[in-house]
Write a protein that binds this ligand. Sequence first.
Ligand SMILES: *Cc1c(COP(=O)(O)O)cnc(C)c1O
Length: 818
Amino acid sequence: MAEETVKATDTVDTFKQLILAKLRYSVGKDPGNAFAHDWFEAVALAARDHLIDHWEDASLQVDRQEQKRVYYLSLEFLIGRLLVDNLSNLGLLDTAREALAQLDVDFEQIRNLEPDAALGNGGLGRLAACFMESMATLNIAAHGYGIRYEHGLFRQVVVDGWQQEHTETWLDFGNPWEFERPEVSYSVGFGGSVVNLADSGDISRHEWHPNEQVRAIAYDTPVVGWRHSSVNTLRLWRARAEEDLQLERFNAGDHFGAVADVVKAESISRVLYPADSTEAGQELRLRQEFFFVSASLQDLIARHLELNLDIHSLPDRVAIQLNDTHPAIAVAELMRLLVDVYRLEWFEAWKLTTATLSYTNHTLLPEALESWPVSLMERLLPRHMQIIYLINAYHIDSLRAKDIHDFDLLRSISLIDEDHGRRVRMGNLAFLGSHSINGVSALHTNLMRKSVFSDFHRLYPERINNKTNGVTFRRWLFQANPQLTELLVGALGEGVLDTPETTLRSLEPFAAKSSFRKQFAAQRQHAKKALAELVRERMGISLDTQAIFDVQVKRIHEYKRQLLNLLHTVALYQAMRNDPATDWAPRVKIFAGKAAASYHQAKLIIKLANDISRTVNADPTLRGLLKVVFIPNYNVSLAEVIIPAADLSEQISTAGLEASGTSNMKFALNGALTIGTLDGANVEMSEQIGRENMFIFGMTAQQVAARSRRDLNMSAEVAASERLAGALEAIRSGVFSPDDPGRYTGLIDGLLAHDRFLVCADFQAYWEAQRKVDILWRTPDRWWQAAVLNTARTGWFSSDRTIREYAKEIWNVSGIDS
Ligand SMILES: *Cc1c(COP(=O)(O)O)cnc(C)c1O
């Protein structure tokens, strides 16, 4: 014991010296004149030194063991902050805290100075970040590949209730976690022409001569696993012009023209998701996709060849996962590299390509499936367009050879959509070029087999498989909720930190212990107070932490049905006013989320939430029974404060439309009860957790499909429900918008005429489920029993489980010593 204490003091002292050295020699400050941000940088750099030591180690090990490598290609990585993540996985969190305390620096203050790396929009990008952490934890040799956007997802500012988008500037103070690798750079071509080389042999050779070249420069961020199990690399590409300045033009006085190429090239990595409402925006998006795919494929092939491996062995040593269709052009680019550059025969190249690539589908919404105009592809990627035509032709030949001639089938699986002005279907390209196509929840995968890919599925029944999403418990439990984690360690022992997936189950008996339930409720109070403090500070609204914290935080989208929640809010408001004698359970309705900048309906829903909030919060007749808040600028670090504080988790999408959801898992893990539809991973959650510990309501995916084939005019339903009619009429007539009474007329009339997302159709069931919430809240023993069981039974939703399934069933890789 004494020896350990000495060692710990020793570690703290060493780390303290390291921080001071970083402050002095890297930041250039003394403790006397250092600002808080200087301290943040010094601690981050000190942590980074430890990462590097493990990094070097891990890559040596990996080479020695000749592991197969996984390459995760994703246009988005929604990372959030890294300081606590890295310190915690390195086992240095307490050391750093103590070292800083000795230096009189407030750790809590400096951790909040780190900007979020918000290189993604929502669930899809956050999944990529969770997967990177899990792969490092499981010792899988993996590289993430993406774009180093100078500006990530916009910063949401709410002005007078309306969302405004402001440029996000995460790199303003530099990024202490990344390493610029100017020596790792590739040239990526665009445009130009294809030359058919008269070949010596019997098959013709092609050479692409682009008329524009952009350089991709690598920036590496180490990703460390739990207990520094291994360190992988997230490699993000930045676009640079081949030449910084056209000196001749500059000297001739054309100062802007001299840097025009620079501006054009660098715009590729300027900003996440350029608005695609204009043609220029669409083209930029395609340029982004090809840019990062081409650089990544060139890089991974170079690594393969450096190990003295033959190009033919690519699928034995490399697995490439395409996160959605954004990197689907990889199918054509890998073919181009293999056929044109490495001179492989077409069918051999095709065999290697499909054996190496696999694709994850994230959406069934037809409007969200990517396709590119053939004319744009021909102009920007002429050789790839040829290759896509060839893939298509060979595929159709192969089907005809199997005596498949069904015209409708051939049309539906074609890579070219002939109906909408000739477009390349990226989903079909990704399917055809991959040996595995996976959905992200059981329901979504089944719907995929029946809808978007039904014809492909008939032809290739083995390809579609399911990998239900998960989240990393290191971030979403240990870091976000240290109080709950401490409680779990106290109850279950330290083992819960290493194997929460299995160990959490042993928490079940604790649900029956009243003393444990009290402790569970107490840690929730702690988290609710922290959130209430944040809301008071940022918005000047005070919240009753004894009320139910009823939370819906996610992107604002009609299919996620924030509108259904708002209708319930209004109906509840009216009921509380009309019926003050009823013993209503006090509620705080909490909303947060961003709307796409060009999505007018979603922005109007944000405004409605804020209008309702202002009206309800100011109504003295409620005596504080109901509060409504819309917290601006939802991002990962805000999620880490909100989720542990939630009593009720709203997962109420129209059934069949949410592919999986992952915030549903984060909430349940932290012990919130879910009110939700049987959609996405909610279905599997209800199987694990038990329906009796959730509030499941509403139409099933099957019922939605049947209903949607009929008329979606809801006037009759609405007329039949006084409560719904009252809520709609209040919004419609301007009760919440006296400054502009007609603001929501169009919104409500639209809902009545064509309720595409079945908001009205599900209202009554939702209302009733909410009253069951009230009843359970009134019996705390039962509420907290269910809450404990939610935490106990959510282990399966760890992204470690998901990654093990990918590793075994898709990638055919294993971790070192595993
Ligand atoms: C988990 C997460 C999401 C995904 O939320 P869903 O409710 O599953 O759509 C989006 N944004 C952030 C910041 C997240 O942490």
